[in-house]
Write a new protein. Sequence first.
Length: 82
Amino acid sequence: MHHAPITVHRIAPAGGRRVSLRAEGRDSVLGLARSDADVIEFLRRAGVPDPDEVVLGDSALIEWMTDDPHAYDAEPSDTDIP
């Protein structure tokens, strides 16, 4: 089974998505992204070439887990009190 080296995990209950990079057999958490711009910045800092193309293009280097790609906001719970 092939896994992309960059993973944008499912949306956290409070919003945002953890971003991890797999290199040399190890996963490193790059940060909690609240937008595509955050993901691009994390990848830029990690030395990923053309991070904007990886995030915004159709790249096999990135895997968006569970939720829709480019979505970062948590769904409000039915039990949330206004």
